[in-house]
Design a protein around this ligand. Structure first.
Ligand SMILES: C[S@@+](CC[C@H](N)C(=O)[O-])C[C@H]1O[C@@H](n2cnc3c(N)ncnc32)[C@H](O)[C@@H]1O
Length: 301
């Protein structure tokens, strides 16, 4: 069997198992095992060892394991990371959170570059609840002046983030990785000095866990999904405490569920933020809280 034929056969198997996105997933799995694009692999025969490996991955996928865990890797804004069940699978909406955080960084006067190599690390910023490290990696790679604090309460997640950040090369020298609950993970000297805080914390309520897809609830770490009885616990803690950790000007950027925007915007104003904006994702749903301390004027929305 050659690689092109393999894609078709894998797609058929995935489709028969009821997977919606079978052709695309088949291509990803085959390219992952083949270590090249289908165009490059083309009509070459699939070596027996790799055919057996592919069969093992298909089996895992068919039994419901998310594709990203099966492959053990994913790409976030073009940055490759390794993934397993210790961490949440990065979502497309979190790429928008990264984009908004980078826009805010530029608005605060930080230099923004698509591939950062400089290692000055003069401006402290933080990614709270870093998981696989994807938001921290976007900040490290695209803000050459930033010293990036990546924190998580889960020791297992910290191990994954540490490996992913180290794999980014020279930019990793500007990363500081710390374990602990939200701001407890940070050294006191950072109070009033962070220019940017970004976070995608858990925001589901406990009862919502039974309402979401089995592929999420059954596989991803519950502490990455569920905040507590109301779903607002983590975001509220971050909103309430973040202002005193920020420099002025400085900005908090958080991912949230669409129905949480209004209540958290009010909470951010009550916490003393000067400007608060809730931004939408690509589908127009409110998904990102932007709270600015000491900001001169509101731009965009
Ligand atoms: C929704 S996941 C986000 C992971 C990653 N930032 C992303 O966007 O893919 C939330 C993360 O917050 C961490 N977390 C949960 N409670 C925490 C706490 N009290 N303090 C710090 N991190 C916490 C979880 O371990 C998890 O890694």
């Amino acid at each position: 069997m050659n690689w092109r034929l393999a894609v078709r056969e894998v797609a058929d198997e995935l489709r028969s198992a009821g997977l919606d996105n079978a052709p695309q997933e088949a291509r990803w799995l085959v390219e992952h095992v083949g270590g090249a694009t289908i165009a490059e692999l083309a009509d070459e025969p699939v070596p027996e060892r790799l055919a057996a490996r592919l069969a093992g991955l298909i089996e895992r996928r068919i039994t419901g394991e998310p594709l990203q865990y099966v492959m053990g890797e994913w790409s976030f804004r073009g940055h490759d990371v390794m993934l397993d069940r210790r961490v949440l699978i990065p979502r497309p909406e979190t790429e928008i959170v990264a984009e908004v955080a980078l826009e805010e960084a530029a608005r605060l006067g930080l230099v923004r570059r698509r591939t950062a190599t400089s290692t000055s690390g003069r401006v402290p910023v933080a990614d709270l609840g870093t998981g696989s490290g994807v938001l921290a990696i976007a900040l490290l790679c695209e803000l050459p002046e930033a010293e990036v604090w990546a924190t998580d309460r889960s020791a297992a997640a910290i191990a994954v983030a540490r490996a992913n950040i180290a794999a980014q090369g020279v930019v990793a020298s500007r990363a500081r990785i710390a374990e602990g609950s939200w701001f407890d993970a940070l050294p006191r000297e950072l109070q009033g000095r962070l220019r940017l805080i970004v976070s995608n914390p858990p925001y589901l309520a406990e009862h919502e866990l039974t309402e979401i897809d089995d592929e999420v609830a059954g596989w991803e770490p519950v502490e990455a999904l569920v905040a507590g009885p109301t779903g607002l616990e983590a975001l509220a803690a971050i909103v309430d405490e973040s202002r005193r950790w920020l420099d002025a000007p400085g900005t908090l950027v958080c991912e949230l569920a669409p129905h949480q925007g209004e209540v958290l915007a009010r909470r951010a104003r009550d916490a003393g933020y000067d400007e608060v904006v809730v931004r939408a994702d690509l589908t127009g749903r409110s998904r990102i809280l932007v709270a600015r301390r000491g900001a001169p004027s509101v731009r965009g929305s």
